[in-house]
Design a binder for this molecule. Structure first.
Ligand SMILES: [Zn+2]
Length: 264
């Protein structure tokens, strides 16, 4: 691990597969990778930028988030942080809600949130001082993860933990799903002016082949239907399309998630 000539920390998106982002946190000398689904593109960036890998951080067990761990460990003997899930190979530091860690080689302080819903083992990392959130497949720009393992009530609670972070928190989610998420958001909330403005902004970014993430907690709160389902206009919309018969929050969230699953 080289400690000399380090620069302020920054976060770099490494595209992988069709639409994943692997997040590389680095200081110009050392680097930590979040959710390396594939080792190849990470090793390429480390080589190109002459960075030394000093840690691996995992959010949940899906292959597109952990598949690159063995390939990275073959080149770098580094600690692997992740959920308490024995099914994920290579984790040296299993983490729970409230745990804190300092990323080796970077000095970055992180705290851990348990955010079940997309999977039961899902955790998120908060860098409070930097104002960064690494949330895997829990919260997306304009959407949220599918409920493969958890219940709507669990996801509601998990998303509430994330939205309790300051509005300026940068949200590093793991996929570029933004435009299709916002298309659905507009179907749900056609009168939301903040949403209409955002769609124009994000479309321009994609036309220029730019990532639409990180997003920000404040922007999500004003435009993401999965954080806004208790708004009367959204409840009315869910009722008018025959998906909701109450005014309760969790059934509304569940109805919204099911509508999105069926939406093309
Ligand atoms: Zn996943």
């Amino acid at each position: 691990m080289r400690m000399s000539l380090s620069k302020p920390l920054s976060v770099l998106a490494i595209p992988a597969f069709a639409d994943n982002y692997l997040w590389l946190i680095h200081n110009g000398v050392n680097a930590a990778i979040v959710d390396p689904g594939d080792a190849g593109p990470v090793l390429d960036v480390l080589r190109e930028r002459k960075l030394t890998l000093t840690a691996i951080l995992l959010t949940h067990h899906h292959a597109d988030h952990v598949g690159g761990v063995p390939g990275l460990l073959a080149q770098y003997e580094v600690p692997v942080y992740g959920p308490h899930n024995p099914a994920i190979r290579g984790i040296t530091h299993p983490l729970r809600e409230g745990d804190r860690l300092t990323v080796p080689g970077l000095g970055l302080a992180l705290s851990v949130l348990e955010v079940p819903g997309h999977t039961l083992d899902h955790i998120a990392y908060v860098a409070a001082d930097a104002g960064w959130l690494f949330c895997g497949d829990t919260l997306f720009a304009g959407g949220c993860g599918r409920l493969f393992e958890g219940t709507p009530a669990q996801m509601v609670e998990s998303l509430a933990k994330l939205t309790s972070l300051p509005d300026h928190t940068a949200v590093y989610c793991a996929h570029e799903y933004t435009l299709s998420n916002l298309k659905f958001a507009l179907e749900v909330e056609p009168e939301n002016m903040a949403l209409l403005t955002r769609i124009g902004v994000e479309q321009k970014k994609r036309e220029q082949n730019q990532a639409t993430v990180p997003t920000f907690i404040g922007l999500e709160k004003s435009t993401n239907p999965f954080l806004r389902y208790t708004e009367p206009a959204i409840m009315d919309r869910l009722t008018s399309v025959g998906r909701l018969a109450t005014r309760e929050a969790i059934p509304a969230f569940a109805a919204l998630r099911e509508w999105k699953n069926a939406y093309r």
